[in-house]
Design a protein around this ligand. Structure first.
Ligand SMILES: Nc1nc2c(ncn2[C@@H]2O[C@H](COP(=O)(O)OP(=O)(O)OP(=O)(O)O)[C@@H](O)[C@H]2O)c(=O)[nH]1
Ligand SMILES: [Mg+2]
Length: 278
């Protein structure tokens, strides 16, 4: 398997069949994995039925509803265990137009992650009202400034990753859900020096089914970005403090390690020092 398209679903029976057909038409050689959290509307059964006709479509059924971020972690791990080198993520509600797939996947040439972006020239969100635009745009500007990442659409869920980029960020320790998940993956990749390219997309608001994003998910993302941003500023300030002798250095390191480390398990500063050689 070279390319795997991962699609998380919860109650997307109205759109999933159409999405799978369009993905198959856009990327005839890709495998597709739908990660379904036991949707009561029978989404997973529809995936199996479409898969018998289209081929190369798999479904990962999970009990309960562990969430969007957990679905992506499981889906990416499933693909990487089977040798996928390129992992695409997209929603099942037709907001992400499958005809953009060849362009997005092609743009991975020469970089490590491609983000389908609403906020670069050529990108658009035609059906959003002013309130939703301001919320999304404002959240993205705040995230980019707080985290020092030069990406305009950090919350976009239409992306293409290299497997090695996902491995490098220690994906299984990413804990955020929803928008926070998108931001955390991107921030960790940027910290690892990943080259991230934005490609314009037209994001069409869902017409069928119901949104699963909530105020809680927005609040989680805002809280996490503020925490990571503060930790970043603190770490930069700590690195600028001149050492005043051996004891001062030790005190400074100990206290900041406790108080300022962001909850990023991939951060090398969290790695405990190796045991001294005997
Ligand atoms: N497996 C799984 N998928 C989920 C869960 N929550 C959302 N999804 C899927 O994740 C994708 C994005 O969710 P949406 O509700 O469309 O979120 P959104 O696109 O940010 O918000 P809207 O613009 O309001 O649609 C869709 O394909 C959902 O079915 C979940 O808990 N588990
Ligand atoms: Mg959506």
């Amino acid at each position: 398997m070279d390319t795997l398209v991962v699609i998380p679903t919860f109650n997307e029976a109205e759109t999933i069949d159409e999405v799978l057909r369009r993905v198959r038409a856009a990327l005839p050689d890709a495998e597709v994995l739908v990660v379904d959290d036991d949707s009561p509307d029978g989404t997973a059964d529809l995936v199996e039925r479409a898969g018998r006709e289209l081929g190369g479509v798999h479904v990962l059924r999970r009990g309960g509803r562990p969430g969007f971020g957990a679905a992506y972690r499981a889906g990416f791990a499933w693909g990487m265990d089977r040798g996928a080198r390129v992992l695409v993520q997209m929603d099942a509600d037709l907001s992400h137009d499958p005809t953009a797939l060849p362009t997005l996947v092609g743009a991975l040439d020469g970089c490590d992650m491609v983000v389908g972006s609403r906020y670069v020239p050529g990108g658009s969100v035609p059906r959003w009202g002013l309130h939703r635009r301001l919320l999304s745009r404002g959240g993205n500007i705040y995230s980019a400034l707080a985290l020092g990442v030069a990406v305009r659409d950090m919350t976009s869920g239409y992306r293409v990753h290299r497997a090695e980029t996902l491995r490098s960020i220690d994906l299984e320790t990413v804990r955020a859900d929803g928008y926070g998940f998108q931001i955390e993956v991107l921030y960790r990749a940027a910290q690892k020096g990943a080259r991230i390219r934005e490609v314009p997309i037209c994001f069409v608001d869902r017409e069928l089914g119901r949104s699963k994003m909530s105020g809680r998910i927005v609040a989680e993302a805002l809280g996490l970005v503020t925490w990571w941003g503060a930790a970043r500023v603190w770490a930069a300030a700590r690195d600028r403090v001149p050492a005043r002798g051996p004891s001062a250095v030790a005190t400074n390191r100990r206290s900041t390690a406790r108080r300022a480390d962001p909850p990023l398990a991939g951060d090398p500063r969290r790695t405990p020092p190796a045991d001294p050689a005997p």
